[in-house]
Write a protein that binds this ligand. Structure first.
Ligand code: WQD
Length: 341
């Protein structure tokens, strides 16, 4: 019998790519999204790539009665929770919006799963929980540090809510995946990242600059204590990241999990500098990215990358796509969006 996975925030960047991988792995999927920061074109992209007319439910996970209607309509074997706000800067100016939305929706999901007999959940966490680790690479045991933003704090708090709920309620189990920096797009170029307004993340800014939408990319600092002075990050391909969710769901559904609550880093294990990323993008896509060095961006950490040993050995997942291919896919997606030949 086919298993059904609820994907909240399934019309978003990571949610849409994960829905594709779940469908291709043979799961039934229900996409729930309030479309507050996503477009139906992503759902249509998922349908086109997979050939599956995946059900879409316009649901606000913060609206408990509305959310509950889903649980009477479908029987879920697992849920993956992506639905959340994610703009770090906005979370500083509107913290209550972030706490209410990001925590409220997750608490609603866990309450509904609990009410409907427990369940299996994957939570979308972030390397932001490590802030600037004292020792690199970061393992899952690396102590979390006080969050740099309310956004980061919602990720830490949601991890704790999941841990405590699993400890208290029999039948509930979960995995928190700590993503490093997700980039790139599906090889079909039918889905990808859809930033609203001026992108704050590096790769969408690079692709928009290459496309001529932005005049110049600001490289935030070249005086860090790193080989070329720019910050180091662990850029993880979006399709590889999506596949980690399929592996996590299978692990729990097949009873292979070692504990009812587990945490895994999802990264490549390879640090890449901002300048190296720009250079690689230019090289593989034969396109120029106009850039200049500016001041450091407040709140940025100098360097963070993953120790992926646990994900590789225990989860049996490994990042496969090369940085070059990922950056090719990011450019193909931007060109598709802008109608560039
Ligand atoms: C990467 C590097 C910048 C833009 C953030 C969130 C994190 C996560 C992913 C999200 C840094 C530099 C960037 C630019 C630049 N979660 N940069 N010029 O800050 O590592 O992580 O996004 O949902 O929680 O904090 O990612 O892509 O913004 O920056 O030089 O115009 O690129 O300084 O070194 P970050 P990023």
């Amino acid at each position: 019998m086919k298993k059904t996975v609820l994907v909240t925030g399934g019309a978003g960047y990571i949610g849409s790519h994960t829905s594709v991988e779940l469908l291709e792995a043979g799961f039934d999927v229900v996409i729930a999204d309030n479309l507050s920061n996503a477009e139906m074109t992503a759902v249509e992209g998922v349908r086109k790539i997979t050939g599956v007319d995946v059900p879409f439910e316009k649901i606000d996970c913060n609206d408990l009665p509305q959310f509950e209607t889903l649980f009477s309509k479908y029987k879920f074997d697992a849920a993956i929770h992506f639905a959340a706000y994610k703009a770090v800067g906005e979370s500083v100016s509107e913290p209550l919006k972030y706490y209410a939305n990001n925590l409220g929706s997750f608490i609603n999901l866990l309450s509904l799963m609990q009410k409907h007999g427990g369940g299996t959940v994957v939570f979308s966490s972030s390397a932001t929980v490590y802030s600037q680790p004292d020792v690199l690479p970061a393992t899952e045991q690396t102590p979390r540090k006080p969050a740099n933003s309310p956004y980061g704090n919602t990720k830490q708090m949601a991890e704790d809510i999941l841990r405590d709920s699993i400890a208290a309620y029999p039948g509930l189990r979960g995995i928190a995946l700590r993503y490093f920096n997700p980039i790139g797009a599906h090889p079909s170029a039918l889905i990808g990242e859809l930033p609203k307004g001026v992108p704050s993340n590096l790769v969408p800014f690079i692709t928009q600059t290459a496309a001529g939408i932005r005049e110049c990319l600001n490289v935030f600092g070249d005086d860090y204590n790193t080989p070329d002075g720019s910050c180091l990050r662990d850029y993880i391909d979006i399709v590889d990241l999506a596949k980690a969710h399929v592996v996590a769901v299978n692990r729990m559904l097949e009873g292979k999990n070692k504990a009812n609550y587990e945490i895994f880093n999802v990264g490549t294990g390879r640090p890449v500098s901002v300048l190296e990323l720009i250079r690689t993008f230019e090289k593989v896509n034969h396109v120029k990215v106009n850039h200049r060095i500016t001041e450091r961006r407040p709140g940025d950490v100098e360097a963070v990358w993953a120790d992926t040993t646990l994900a590789n050995t225990e989860l049996g997942w490994k990042a496969e796509r090369s940085l070059e291919d990922t950056l090719r896919s990011a450019w193909a997606w931007e060109k598709h969006l802008r109608g560039i030949a």
